[in-house]
Design a protein around this ligand. Structure first.
Ligand code: FAD
Length: 817
């Protein structure tokens, strides 16, 4: 048997080697048009970043070694230019001397791979626009950096774009990534990619999303290379790397009359045989079966190419092997994070209009008490029978293990109920007794068994009431707009505050306590559901900085403003050193708050925490008047220095006697919208200067504190009349002038919204964040027949005139509105 293999890297080299192992007597010729065979193309970005120092280690096999070991006739720099099926020969051009010849065959295996797509934009053939596909491509980039290049632009935020961006940063280049889609790594669903974008920014990569490069040009005076974007911005760089996708190298197959699909992929059967029974094809160039939903797809990955090469060789040598299809299981390193996926994404399922359900989870990578654990963001898609359709995992640790379990489960035909039962290796440094994959199965099975009613962050029912059941220290970090807060420990005693005629969507940080609260409510007759994935998933759908794209005429967008450094400054002497990394939510923030309590303003605390705590740490310190001086990422953990709030900070963390006369009391007597707003704006302004501010609500001013949907409270007729007369909360207040039966008020709200002026409910939330104290006047409440359950939870005190007098003495300033 004479076997010709075309293409000498992943699929081709595997096929040739397997064929030799099966048939010692076969004549095997491997043609490769490049200089190298079997090189590690997946390692190319890492040599650019000097992670792989030695260039030679990328040459997994040389032609000489291959010949010695396998007795395969390797012909590099020889391009197959035609497959002549009529006479069973291939035409070959020797690229070193231009000579041409024909070689006969019994069987052919095509593994010609794919090539990077070059978008048709002007200037794309500039000498400093590179691609990263082969060893020579890599050499050109390395050489460009060695000539002193400082700024690189990467076009495309897929696997290769992200890998090269990270590695260019490791060479200290200024790196900008531009991506057409509104997300990085489009193999994930958009929300799952959010942590990766932050991770890139944390490592100093500028990320510009939702923009396409429309042209490249050279600046006429400076000669600099410029890329024009859709939005009119221009990005200057010393060189550009294009990584916007691949297309199959199927010209040979097409010219030979083999069947291709619409995207140019070679059509093969499960034996990997093309439409010619003597010709097989493998790797990036072929169309494969989707083992989950059937149908055809194309997935350019090294693992499938290698396995297909082996199968095609077996069939060419007379065995009977079948290829079952490609799930697309993939993994990529992005800074200190890893992102992985297998099977279908939600985006594809929606496009295919295929029924699906989903779960989000944020479990710990391993036992939360073991140092160095980090949260995983897991999304799993499944159908109503429990079949797993796909999974995505993003996190700092243990991502690869979990995605491989999901992938294996899918391939083994297991469903979500099987995931609940999977026996997986466990010891504290590696996992949890209930592994995150078990958890994914349990949450999905709970939905299918109707133990829980799922509500998703991207589809909260219109009239639903959001109920935040986290601890007070957690809710200080912010709550979802309009959510009511009742910590889970108080839920049973405060059921009377909840409506029975509305859907109540409970939520916590990751979804677990939300589920417990949902179960409590349901068993007390409430219509309750759980927000799947809790605040952690909510944040994926509502990123804090949704758009950092530059406007026009900028060279790049802003770097992350986080105080990330590589070492902690040694001139600052912390008075405390705590490690909250083994703690489960809300442990870290509660411990931090407690530790700061007995420290003096200005003193510094050193904190070790899981990397995932960084965002919470920054929000919490900002909201409580403390300062993060420095953060050092260290794999799955961070080390941070935090200075306790000083006089110049908005609010103290806790206690501490306020300086006399450094405060104000604002008495709100009115329930006119404009006056109430003025009161809150003044109060907030004072609070940001470090003043201790109290708002004292009396008579009509109490309307601001009324709940929109107060619980039913039994009252006498006069009190009920007052209730009808008073507006039900901040949203219902009207203007003092020009109300015009409410038209004026609505017009004012519209104008304020247009001009980005905060609404009264927003001002109330902000006031709480600034630490402004709300005191409701008990005498006025009594007169007007108002009771505490009818007022919002944000009230700090119900007090009388004595308390008001004390506040005035303490603060020194009183404003009456
Ligand atoms: P290739 O390995 O590309 O081999 C095709 C070969 O055929 C080429 O060398 C080409 O020169 C040769 N050829 C083409 N036409 C002819 C002809 N007419 N005559 C002779 N020779 C010809 N995949 C992963 O799964 N994980 C990763 O981390 C990963 N990282 C990657 C990083 C980079 C920078 C690149 C470029 C790819 C990466 N991939 C990764 C993708 C993976 O390398 C490919 O999916 C895999 O190599 C495809 O194998 P193949 O045999 O189909 O094609």
């Amino acid at each position: 048997m004479k076997l010709i293999v075309i293409g000498g890297v992943a699929g081709g080299a595997s096929a040739a080697a397997r064929a030799r192992r099966l048939d010692e007597s076969a004549e095997i010729i491997l043609f490769e048009r490049g200089k190298y065979i079997s090189f590690a193309n997946c390692g190319l970005p890492y040599h650019v970043g000097k992670v792989i120092q030695n260039r030679d280690s990328l040459m997994v096999m040389t032609p000489e070694k291959f010949l010695n070991r396998t007795n395969i006739n390797v012909r590099v720099e020889q391009e197959v230019t035609a497959i002549n099926r009529d006479r069973k020969t291939v035409s070959v051009r020797n690229l070193t001397d231009g000579s041409e010849y024909e070689e006969s065959y019994d069987k052919v295996i095509i593994s010609t791979g794919s090539s990077p797509v070059t978008p048709p934009v002007s200037g794309v053939d500039d000498k400093d626009i590179f691609r990263l596909w082969t060893i020579p491509d890599m050499d050109k980039i390395v050489e460009k950096i060695s000539t002193g290049a400082k700024r690189a632009l990467v076009v495309g935020a897929g696997f290769i774009g992200l890998e090269i961006a990270e590695n260019l940063r490791m060479r200290d280049l200024e790196v900008t990534v531009v991506e057409l889609m509104p997300q990085v790594l489009p193999t994930l669903d958009q929300e799952m990619s959010v942590p990766l974008r932050y991770e890139l920014e944390k490592h100093g990569v500028n990320v510009i999303l939702g923009q396409k490069v429309t042209a490249f040009s050279r600046d006429t005076t400076s000669g600099q290379l410029a890329a024009a974007l859709d939005n009119g911005a221009e990005l200057f760089a010393d060189f550009v790397i294009m990584s916007v996708g691949v297309r199959p190298n199927s010209e040979l197959a097409k010219a030979a009359g083999l069947e291709l699909n619409a995207r140019g992929g070679i059509v093969v059967d499960e034996k990997l045989r093309t439409s010619d029974e003597n010709i097989y094809a493998v790797g990036d160039v072929i169309q494969v079966k989707d083992p989950i939903l059937g149908g055809d797809t194309m997935i350019p990955l090294a693992g499938p190419a290698n396995r297909q090469g082996r199968i095609a060789a077996e069939n060419a040598c007379g065995r009977d092997s079948s290829y079952k299809g490609t799930l697309g299981t993939s993994v990529v390193k992005v800074g200190d994070m890893t992102a992985a996926s297998t099977g279908w994404t939600e985006r594809r399922l929606k496009q295919a209009e295929h029924e699906y359900q989903k779960v989000y989870l944020h479990p710990s990578s391993n036992a939360s008490y073991y140092p160095g654990c980090g949260p995983l963001n897991i999304k799993m898609l499944f159908d109503k029978s429990g079949n797993i359709l796909g999974a995505q995992v993003v996190g700092n640790k243990g991502v690869d293990k979990r995605i491989d379990v999901f992938s294996t489960a899918i391939q083994g035909g297991q469903n979500v109920y099987d995931l609940e039962e999977l026996e997986l290796a466990y010891a504290p440094p590696y996992g949890s007794a209930k592994d995150p994959v078990n958890f994914a199965g349990m949450v999905a099975a709970n939905i299918l068994r109707e133990d829980t009613t799922p509500v998703y962050c991207d589809a909260i029912p219109e009239n639903a009431m959001l109920l935040d059941i986290r601890e007070p220290a957690e809710t200080e970090l912010g709550v979802i707009e309009d959510a009511k807060i009742i910590p889970i420990g108080k839920l049973r005693e405060r059921l009377n505050e909840l409506p029975k005629d509305r859907l109540i969507v409970t939520y916590c940080k990751v979804g677990l306590r939300g589920y417990l609260a949902e179960r409590i409510l349901k068993q007390h007759g409430f219509n309750a559901a759980n927000l799947i994935g809790g605040v952690a998933t909510w944040k994926l759908f509502h990123p804090e900085r949704p758009d950092v794209n530059p406007g026009t005429g900028q060279t790049c967008c802003a770097y992350s403003d986080k105080p990330v450094t590589s070492v902690l400054p040694d001139d600052i002497k912390p008075v405390k050193d705590i490690d909250v990394s083994p703690m489960q939510c809300p442990g870290p923030v509660v411990r931090l708050k407690q530790e700061l309590e007995d420290m003096e303003n200005g003193q510094v605390l050193k904190l070790k925490a899981n990397a995932s705590f960084q965002t919470d740490l920054e929000s919490w310190t900002a909201a409580t008047g403390n300062t993060v001086l420095s953060i050092v990422p260290d794999g799955a953990t961070i080390q941070a220095l935090i200075r306790k709030g000083t006089g110049s900070s908005p609010i103290q963390v806790v206690g501490g006697a306020a300086a006399a006369n450094n405060g104000a009391t604002i008495v709100l007597f009115s329930n006119d919208l404009d006056k109430a707003m003025a009161a809150f704006i003044l109060a907030s302004g004072l609070a940001t200067t470090g003043a201790k501010v109290t708002m004292f609500f009396t008579f009509w001013g109490l309307s601001v504190l009324r709940k929109e949907n107060p619980p039913t409270v039994s009252k006498d007729i006069l009190s009920r009349m007052f209730g009808w007369m008073l507006p039900n909360g901040a949203r219902k207040l009207a203007l003092s002038k020009m109300n015009m039966l409410g038209i004026g008020t609505e017009m004012m709200k519209h104008v304020m919204n247009k001009k980005n002026v905060a609404s009264l409910p927003e001002l109330i939330v902000n006031a709480k964040k600034l630490g402004i104290k709300f005191v409701a006047c008990d005498m006025a409440m009594d007169v007007m027949g108002l009771t505490q359950p009818e007022l919002i939870d944000e009230i700090d005190e119900i007090a009388g005139v004595a308390r008001f007098a004390a506040l005035t003495r303490e603060g020194g300033n009183t404003i009456f509105i």
